[in-house]
Design a protein around this ligand. Structure first.
Ligand code: GLA
Length: 380
């Protein structure tokens, strides 16, 4: 499809085709920018790229999803607020050049089926896809980890969202049939097989995350403040990753009340990820589901990033037979919930939750049954 689109748009065949998937996070929310643990999976929805070299320094970038096109020079890459969809690609191109990779003019078409503004990381899939595209088109000798960090830099510095490393990492290095257990401090990771007999079901509230960016930034700040206050009473901590439940209990009185709640979420969530990985490895799926449930409560009550719609979707799902666990996923304030559901119940669960939600909210949420899939770097 992307191949044909390129031929139609540019009247020639592309030289390189590549793709990068979105992701769903099973557990480990708001832990990545605290140097903590996460357990996402790459999903079977992706952004595809088709590209061709061209002499000179001009890039023509065509978005199928926006039905729009921009041209920019590699010699003066700036954010473009009138075509903000292009900024992820521009940012990646700028930092590759800055890091000494000489790019060349190109024609590029990209587009795909990762739902946008839904907490499924469509932006990371564009960033990682852009890195993979340049790497393939120009044969760049770019180590995978550098490519992932560069994609994140585009998000943090060029687009201006202070996100962690989770989304770009799993979009690049996810593996079919597996979740990816990542230590966001040293970037060591392990692929953990998902079990037969269960499905990852996602409901999209359809609510765009208006508050998401500003509140996300506030949470990042609050975590830093909590670390500073804990440091102030003599605890040797670089980030909330270094704090355990006992530390937090002992020093609870030295933290502002709100910061204590934020820290309690991060500290307990890190523990839940470790336990969830163990449960998954041992096939204890009910325990895994309980941990997902606890994660949601913590995000709702301590971290305060859920929403009425997400809470409703979680409650409706939990009342269905076959649902092992349900929680909001991604940054919050809208977007999606993720559910671990017994395979034979998954279709019925989708229909029931969609129907019951529609009665309450006059809107039928989309439902997806995702397969964990390969990241952009797979097999490279
Ligand atoms: C967004 C960010 C991630 C992560 C999640 C919350 O998806 O991009 O880095 O912080 O929110 O877990």
């Amino acid at each position: 499809m992307i191949y044909q689109a390129f031929c139609d748009i540019f009247g020639a065949e592309p030289e390189a085709i590549n793709r990068a998937p979105g992701r769903v996070n099973l557990i480990g929310e708001h832990t990545d920018y605290n140097d903590g643990f996460v357990l996402p999976a790459a999903i079977d929805r992706a952004i595809e790229f088709a590209s061709r070299r061209r002499g000179g320094r001009t890039v023509t970038l065509h978005s199928l999803d926006f039905g729009d096109r921009v041209e920019f020079s590699l010699d003066a890459i700036q954010p473009d607020s009138a075509h903000s969809w292009s900024n992820y690609f521009r940012g990646v191109s700028k930092y590759l050049e800055e890091d000494g990779y000489r790019l060349s003019g190109a024609e590029v078409v990209f587009g795909g089926n990762v739902p946008r503004e839904s907490g499924l990381s469509s932006s990371a899939s564009v960033e990682v896809g852009a890195v993979a595209m340049w790497r393939k088109l120009l044969g760049l000798d770019l180590p995978p980890r550098d490519g992932i960090l560069l994609a994140r830099r585009a998000e943090n510095q060029f687009v201006g969202v202070p996100s962690g490393i989770m989304d770009q990492f799993v979009s690049a290095l996810g593996q079919r049939g597996h979740a990816l257990f990542l230590d966001c401090r040293d970037l060591s990771y392990q692929h953990v097989p998902l079990r037969e007999g269960v499905r990852i079901v996602v409901f999209n509230s359809g609510v765009k995350r208006a508050l998401a960016q500003s509140e996300y930034e506030v949470r990042v700040q609050q975590c830093r403040q909590a670390v500073a206050q804990l440091g102030g009473v003599g605890l040797a901590v670089r980030s909330l990753r270094d704090v355990d439940r006992v530390d937090l209990d002992v020093h609870a009185g030295s933290l502002d009340e709100l910061l204590l709640k934020r820290a309690r979420h991060v500290v307990s969530e890190n523990q839940r990820v470790l336990e969830a990985v163990r449960a998954l490895e041992q096939g204890e799926l009910e325990r895994f589901g309980e941990l997902m449930n606890e994660s949601h409560e913590s995000l709702r009550d301590d971290y305060e990033v859920s929403s009425r719609e997400l809470d409703t979707l979680v409650e409706l799902a939990r009342s269905q037979p076959g649902v092992l666990g349900a929680r909001m996923t991604g940054a919050g304030f809208g977007g999606c919930t993720v559910n671990l559901v017994r395979a034979d119940a998954s279709e019925t669960v989708c229909e029931k939750v969609q129907g019951e939600y529609a009665e309450k909210h006059h809107h039928r949420p989309e439902a997806y049954i995702f397969q964990a899939s390969d990241g952009a770097w797979a097999g490279k």
